[in-house]
Design a protein. Structure first.
Length: 261
């Protein structure tokens, strides 16, 4: 909690996080923070450790050393199944959707992570009429906000990849998160779809008062939508700052182009 007159407490603070897999050091003393309401881009060449860091924050991996706090509380003490109740949600690079379900039903699965009724009972409308109506209305509203309202009752199978990416975002938002982890959301999209996705990221940040951690290879999108960028190489932070600062950092340029810093 922020104290009047004091510096704001970052929503997320990563402090000296190290992750080792046997003899391999995937993260090496990584530290950075994200302020409330910011979009933070996490970038780096393949093998830099971005996904490992993402999986630490989303509680898939436990670090070997270091600390991660969310709103000043120890995030590492929370199991993976408990982060939704803290207000944390994520999207996946490889879509984890239910292809035979409609778009509305897919979003309802995400919404019921915050409800008192089980997912499958709610979708089957068993003993959950009031909550089910509330969840269906909320899920329908999300689809409409993301331009998918006309497809609400269409099965996900066979729809264009860009549409499914938006569905994945809608499902993550259904849990009413305050902090959204986006794992390479532009992967597999066309150039025009990447541009549209950047607009979506900025839209949902404003509409839902979100803080966003964005792991992405599309540098033009990252630099356009991020308030802050953290650049990594070989598990270490090599630069942190505004998109302009990181874009012009000789160390970052060398990491991407293979030149001498």
């Amino acid at each position: 909690m922020d104290i009047p007159g004091s510096a704001p407490v970052p929503l997320l603070e990563v402090s000296d996080v190290t992750v080792k897999f046997g003899g391999i050091v995937a993260l090496d003393g990584l530290s950075f923070s994200i302020d409330r309401g910011a979009v933070c881009g996490l970038i780096g060449p393949n093998g830099a450790g971005k996904t490992t860091m993402f999986n630490v924050v989303s509680r898939i991996y436990d670090p070997t050393a270091g600390k991660v706090t969310f709103e000043g509380h120890d995030l590492l003490a929370v199991p993976a199944h408990g982060i939704a109740h803290l207000g944390i949600a994520r999207t996946f690079q490889n879509l984890a959707l239910f292809p035979t379900m409609t778009l509305l039903e897919n979003v309802m699965v995400g919404a019921h992570s915050q409800g008192s009724v089980g997912i499958w009972r709610a979708i089957a409308r068993v003993g959950a009429s009031r909550e089910n109506r509330r969840v269906r209305d909320w899920s329908g509203d999300l689809l409409a906000k993301l331009g998918l309202g006309h497809l609400a009752h269409v099965p996900a199978a066979g729809l264009p990849f860009g549409t499914l990416k938006r569905l994945e975002i809608a499902r993550a938002l259904a849990a009413r998160p305050r902090f959204l982890l986006m794992d390479e959301p532009a992967a597999g999209l066309t150039h025009s779809e990447v541009d549209e996705l950047g607009d979506v990221v900025l839209q949902i940040r404003g509409d839902f008062d979100l803080t966003v951690l964005l792991v992405e290879h599309h540098m033009s999108m990252v630099m356009r939508v991020s308030d802050k960028v953290v650049a990594m190489e070989f598990g270490r932070k090599i630069s942190e700052g505004s998109p302009e600062q990181v874009r012009n950092d000789p160390t970052v340029i060398a990491a991407y182009l293979g030149a001498e810093a």
